[in-house]
Design a protein around this ligand. Structure first.
Ligand code: SF4
Length: 1004
């Protein structure tokens, strides 16, 4: 039905009603239901109160935008703030948001559950007993800040910067806290990336210098996914909309997944390969494209670094494209469909069908992988590298319907203060064994601490729960409870989590409707900026009420990180003598602390092209515009930035290497986000990379050392991995040949689309939908083992076991089992023995929480035990109804919360990407009489041995660095330290000879 049809129906209804002599009610909104509330009426929007039904009671709302914080997609939300009570009544989508366009997944509206969660942490808490004992007392923010600031200042003054670490799970912002650490001169930024996406990032970065893809699904002819991207994953709601648009316009959807995900159910072709064999499939497709000359030869000639490759690997050949094509023809000839079928277990005919579709896509091939196979397997980074090879062969790079480098489809504005580069290198996050790791070796932290490689004086976890989220959680508990290893642990979190139990301070931070952030993500070929804000603060300000900071409007004393970090920075250096205070100082009012308002006002007024003009057109200041609409579209249809011709003004005093990389002394262009970003190394003379010469013109190119797409990676070759310098297939550690006959590959990485890792334990709407994670097992395997759906099964890993229920389903490959990692939350409960003293009721009306810390709607109560290195977890109780400020908590009908499998996984760091290879080799059997649901056992001594086994497969910088540095400088690295810090501390063994044509000849 069209909108006109609807309008006609409404008119007809009005006429009919009035003809009966009755009064027509046009609806509270006066807008038919197919529309979003018009933005002109966001100050006074009227809806009927659903709770008053059947009475017709109108309620008036202020509609205030913010951004969802429940995954990295950063969709727009619109908070409905009741004008009478000034409480948030609901969240819906923000139609003004260019990425999500008014739509959300279930987790967006569930933000309301998080805000009104009766068990949330409302006040800063300090431990009152031993760490982990579970005794807490309420403290003021001032006390916590002064304690933290004093310790951090002392460490900085004593040059122990390496003992300060900030470890983030969900950042939800673009670099704010990273810059805070840099401003302190501390190389202490640690992320969760190496348990998430480091492998895929490595594959993309080695190709194009940018570590994420941005597929243009809506315009694709073929969409090839190695993930459950329609239902979960990065940017999945914005991407899912566009995948469905693509399908509606005839795109073919191909999904590779060993498990029948909801995404796979929507596919035209679903293939369920043996986990880790995906790269073999993609190389077979590449071989097919080349053999049948379906590839875009002109794109390859212009944009691949084939000259470098020939020079390094085929110096006997003339350096011509004809020579390269003769080599290309045989490069992957051993990857036949039969070979790929044998490796993957997918029939050769199906692979041929996929190859034919890919070959027919031309430049409209949208591909994507993120976690999935890349994160599960040894060598998983090659899954991304071989997948992008297909785009690179077809020229489907930055084309309509193709795949863009993500940095071209996002925007990172310049902040008010630019950070400095720390002058030390943190060995606990960037150990020498992993010079090419995409991100920090975060999940190895307990092992590195135990190995005596350093210690932490102040350790922040922020929206991060490594005890539960990471593999080998018992080793985390051991490290966190050893005060010789971790001097002070402050957990910044909106909700209780398993890691916060082992903290010294628990500091309550806001949910998505209670904090400021900006963000911009690659949802499609455009650039936009989203603004998260505390909606009650914004509502009160819109009504003309003064607000000091978000604590005035958040429940209890819940704060926000921006203000917290600015205040902490101010207190670390109160007199400015350390040179730190200036980074938290107001520009408008020198001598005063920078406010959150000024921080964002500066960005919106100075750093976002077009925003001041757009705001002025509506008679608003830029900050007021962002507070009113929550997002701004900077540009559409960015297009192929690598083809942009570099203007003469940007080519001052140029130098050019023999492969056409062009360097300049001209300053960077004013709009860095409109040219390829990245930091390729300078030419040794202090010039910056400006572009690459292609057919006589200097074009912007890609931020790789060569400026081109790097089929052959000189970086890999010169840092000890020459055999993997081309896109290659690495057999997984869980390949059937490694597993043996009685073991399964356990896929442990998949999400439940309605849950958030740590912060949804009391999102009641989500809990009601999903609250268990049974083991998926194929009927053939189940019959062999005598297992039926609902049976208890014991799953044995290399360091322990867990006990779960079985779900027998044909939705999983035979020989493979799967269990979602989104379940199995736990709390220590009575074991701690002391109540939380969380203070009085907060401003939102939450009741005082007297009881054990924890989220009572989806956390089991457990007992931990250990003898030496052997740990056990026994379930004492599931969840049950309870009385609280939310009557629904008395209506909880589920008792199950799933099983925490990650505790039984040893670490598996990939020697190249540093990614934790999640898949496990496991034995599965029917549970014995003594096995109990949810029971877990693990041996941390054995876990440490396995860590060392994987460590032994690395090629450390101390032996393989071609230039005496710890890491190639051009590779992306958060918080890049100074050049001097990159140098290895002492001269190691003689460096191998530089690889011809490699980056070694370009280093300073
Ligand atoms: S996809 Fe869902 S959880 Fe993620 S930001 Fe959007 S609404 Fe929130």
């Amino acid at each position: 039905m069209t909108l006109d049809d609807l309008a006609r129906r409404v008119s007809a209804a009005r006429a009919a009603t009035e003809a009966r002599g009755e009064t027509f009610y046009p609806g509270a909104s006066r807008v038919h239901l197919a529309s979003f509330p018009p933005k002109e009426r966001w100050d006074d929007w009227v809806e009927l109160d659903s709770r008053a039904w059947p009475r017709r009671v109108e309620r008036r709302y202020l509609l205030v935008p913010t951004t969802c914080f429940n995954c990295e997609s950063a969709c727009g939300l619109l908070a409905y703030v009741d004008r009478e009570s000034l409480q948030i009544r609901k969240f819906e989508g923000n139609p003004e948001h260019p990425g999500s366009r008014g739509r959300n997944c279930a987790k967006g509206p569930a933000t309301l559950n998080q805000v009104t969660d009766p068990d949330r942490i409302l006040y800063p808490l300090k431990r009152a007993g031993r760490r982990g004992e579970g005794r807490w007392e309420r403290v003021g923010w001032d006390e916590a800040l002064d304690d933290l600031a004093g310790r951090i200042r002392k460490a900085i003054v004593e040059r122990r910067q390496g003992e300060i670490m900030y470890h983030v799970g969900r950042p939800g912002e673009d670099g704010f806290t990273e810059r805070v650490l840099a401003n302190w001169g501390v190389d202490g930024h640690n992320t969760h990336t190496n348990i998430c996406s480091a492998a895929a990032r490595a594959g993309y970065e080695l190709w194009c210098g940018i570590d994420r893809p941005s597929p243009d699904h809506a315009n694709a002819k073929v969409i090839l996914l190695v993930s459950a991207h329609l239902e979960s994953g990065h940017y999945f709601n914005p991407h899912a909309q566009r995948i469905m648009e693509g399908k509606q316009q005839g795109a073919k959807l191909i999904v590779l997944d060993s498990r029948l995900s909801n995404t796979a159910t929507h596919a035209d072709v679903w293939a369920a390969p043996i986990p880790g064999s995906e790269a073999a499939i993609f190389l077979a497709i590449a071989n097919h494209l080349v053999r049948h000359r379906l590839h875009d030869r002109e794109f390859v000639r212009r944009w691949w670094n084939w000259q470098q490759y020939l020079e390094a690997e085929h110096p006997e050949l003339p350096p011509t494209f004809a020579s390269f094509e003769s080599v290309l023809a045989s490069l992957w000839e051993s990857y036949t469909f039969d070979f790929a079928a044998a490796e993957s277990g997918v029939a050769a005919a199906v692979l041929e069908e996929i190859a034919a579709a890919v070959g027919g896509a031309g430049t409209r091939l949208a591909t994507h992988t993120w976690r999935s196979a890349a994160s599960g397997n040894l060598g998983g980074w090659q899954v991304a590298r071989t997948l992008f090879l297909l785009n690179a062969l077809l020229g489907a790079v930055a084309t309509p319907g193709g795949t863009y480098p993500n940095a071209w489809n996002k925007f990172v504005p310049r902040p008010i203060h630019l950070p400095r580069h720390p002058e030390h290198w943190n060995e606990l996050t960037w150990p020498q064994e992993y010079p090419l790791a995409t991100y920090e070796l975060s999940f190895l932290l307990p092992h590195l601490l135990k190995d005596g490689r350093g210690k932490l004086d102040v350790y922040f976890t922020r929206v991060y729960n490594p005890v539960w989220t990471n593999p080998d959680g018992f080793s985390w508990i051991e490290a966190l409870t050893d005060e010789r290893l971790v001097g002070l642990h402050a957990a910044l979190t909106p909700t209780w989590n398993e890691t916060a139990y082992f903290a010294d301070y628990v500091l309550p931070m806001g949910h998505g409707a209670e904090r400021h952030d900006i963000h911009s993500y690659e949802t499609h070929d455009a650039q936009w900026l989203g603004f998260r804000q505390p909606v009650l603060r914004a509502a009160r300000e819109r009504l003309g009420e003064p607000v000091r900071d978000s604590r005035d409007t958040n429940p209890g004393e819940v704060w926000e990180e921006n203000d917290f970090w600015l205040e902490l920075t101010w207190r670390i250096d109160p007199d400015g003598s350390l040179g730190i205070r200036k980074f938290a100082e107001s520009v408008a009012r020198p001598g005063e602390r920078l406010s959150v308002d000024e921080y964002y006002r500066y960005i919106f007024e100075h750093s976002v092209p077009g925003l001041p003009e757009r705001a002025a057109a509506e008679g608003l200041e830029p900050l007021a515009f962002m507070r009113r609409y929550g997002a701004f579209e900077i540009a559409r249809e960015i297009g192929p930035l690598h083809e942009r011709e570099v203007p003469p003004a940007e080519l001052e005093d140029v130098a050019e290497d023999r492969h056409g990389r062009v360097y300049t002394r001209a300053p960077k262009p004013a709009s860095p986000n409109l040219v390829p970003v990245g930091l390729p190394d300078p030419d040794g003379e202090g010039r910056r990379a400006a572009g690459v010469r292609v057919d006589g013109k200097v074009l912007a190119g890609f931020p790789t050392p060569s400026g081109r797409l790097e089929l052959w990676s000189a970086t890999l070759a010169s840092w000890g991995w020459r055999e993997l310098a081309l896109p290659a297939y690495v057999r997984s550690h869980v390949h059937p040949q490694s597993l043996g006959p009685d073991r399964f590959c356990l896929i442990s990485t998949f999400r439940l689309p309605v849950h958030i890792h740590t912060r949804s334990a009391n999102a009641k709407w989500l809990d009601e939908i999903a609250h268990s994670n049974p083991l998926w097992i194929h009927p053939a395997d189940a019959a062999r083992l005598g297992i039926e759906t609902g049976d208890l099964v014991r799953i044995e890993t290399d360091i322990g076991h867990f006990v779960d229920k079985a779900w027998v389903t044909e939705g999983i490959r035979p020989g493979v089992v799967a269990c979602s990692h989104h379940m199995g939350r736990w709390k220590l409960g009575d074991q701690a023995g002391q109540p939380v003293r969380a203070g009085q009721a907060g401003q939102s009306g939450q009741t005082d929480q007297i009881g054990q810390p924890g989220q009572r709607q989806l956390m089991a109560t457990v007992a931990l035990g250990h003898s030496g290195s052997r740990w056990t977890m026994r379930r004492r109780a599931g969840v049950a109804p309870y009385a609280s400020s939310d009557p629904d908590s008395a209506r909880i009908w589920w008792t199950d919360v799933g099983v925490h499998q990650n505790l039984t996984f040893p670490v598996h760091p990939d020697p190249v990407s540093g990614m934790h290879c999640w898949h496990q080799a496991v034995r599965v059997r029917k549970a014995g009489p003594d096995d109990r649901y949810g029971e877990i056992a693990a041996d941390t001594a054995r876990a440490h041995e396995i860590y060392r086994e994987w460590l032994a497969t690395t090629r450390p910088a101390s032996r393989h660095s071609p230039d005496g540095t710890r890491r190639p400088h051009w590779l992306i690295r958060p918080l890049r330290p100074s050049r001097e810090a990159y140098r290895l501390p002492r001269s190691g063994p003689a460096a191998p000879a530089p690889v011809a044509g490699g980056q070694a000849d370009r280093q300073e």
